[in-house]
Design a protein around this ligand. Structure first.
Ligand SMILES: CCCCCCCCCCCCCCCC(=O)SCCNC(=O)CCNC(=O)[C@H](O)C(C)(C)COP(=O)(O)OP(=O)(O)OC[C@H]1O[C@@H](n2cnc3c(N)ncnc32)[C@H](O)[C@@H]1OP(=O)(O)O
Length: 234
């Protein structure tokens, strides 16, 4: 079965279990094929074969983390999984490369850029100073009682605003501060909308804000200062 077929399968499965699991973010495959405005050019560039295959693997890994989080497996299953993971670790370890060559998180042509640390941001519209899109935090990002973990939210904001801060040919900047206000519970397993925008850009300092909504409800807001790096600054 190809990775694409896997994803379709997961889609069919998710239809069946959506009622029970929609709130948990389970069985809902990741998406990385939604068209995007040109100013996020890195995302509109079609992925090469390799990055598409890698993106499908990452989508499976995200689903897997959601299943691991939700399951209460019997001890035989835990032991089998531990052994499988150990085998995969041994297979991958000799393939380690320097940071500049790694694929994880470096695939700018994929929504979510091929990483599992934060949920996949699907950018749907953008211009030089704004980006709009959607995100769904899976069960893996659960804090408690159906709410997304409070640490996962600023991580996600940094992902969106950090990328916007460095978009449209701007020189690279780093997050100097990132303040998050939690306005209401952010639900797991629900499609949320995101808007990030520039507030100001003066000298090296870029101030950006973002808002995360579930329908009309504002779940969280953030403000970040991104400072443009001087030559030679790490
Ligand atoms: C190969 C392919 C790769 C593909 C890849 C894809 C990537 C796809 C994107 C992913 C998206 C992820 C994006 C993550 C982005 C991070 O998360 S970066 C990691 C987290 N951040 C850090 O590690 C930063 C650590 N801090 C620093 O390095 C330094 O403090 C900074 C931020 C560079 C600033 O230091 P500095 O350059 O010495 O500047 P400094 O003179 O101190 O400050 C400049 C101005 O900013 C002000 N300022 C600085 N800090 C603050 C503060 N905390 N509060 C208020 N004002 C401040 C200063 O007061 C000063 O103001 P003015 O006096 O000029 O008015």
């Amino acid at each position: 079965m190809t990775p694409r077929e896997n994803v379709r399968n997961a889609d069919e499965i998710s239809t069946v279990i959506r009622d029970d699991n929609a709130m948990l973010g389970l069985g809902i495959p990741e998406r990385h094929d939604v068209p995007v405005a040109e100013s996020w050019a890195a995302l509109v560039k079609p992925g090469d074969e390799n990055s598409t295959e890698y993106g499908d693997m990452i989508a499976q890994l995200r689903d897997f983390l959601n299943y691991v989080t939700a399951a209460r497996p019997d001890s035989d299953t835990v032991a089998a999984l531990r052994d499988d993971l150990e085998r995969w670790g041994r297979r991958l370890a000799p393939m380690a490369v320097p940071e500049r060559d790694q694929m994880f998180g470096h695939l700018r042509d994929l929504h979510g850029r091929g990483q599992t640390m934060s949920p996949t941001f699907v950018a749907t519209e953008a211009d030089r100073d704004n980006v709009w899109g959607t995100v769904r935090f899976g069960r893996y990002f659960l804090g408690g009682n159906g709410a997304v973990h409070g640490g996962a939210i600023p991580l996600f904001f940094d992902e969106v605003l950090g990328r916007l801060a460095n978009s449209s040919g701007r020189r690279h900047s780093r997050t100097a501060y990132l303040n998050t206000d939690y306005r209401s519970v952010t639900p797991v397993g629900v499609d949320l909308t995101v808007h990030g925008w520039f507030v100001s850009e003066e000298g090296r300092k870029r101030v950006l804000r973002a808002e995360l909504r579930s329908g009309d409800v504002v779940c969280a807001e953030a403000e970040g200062l991104f400072v443009r790096l001087n030559p030679g600054q790490p």
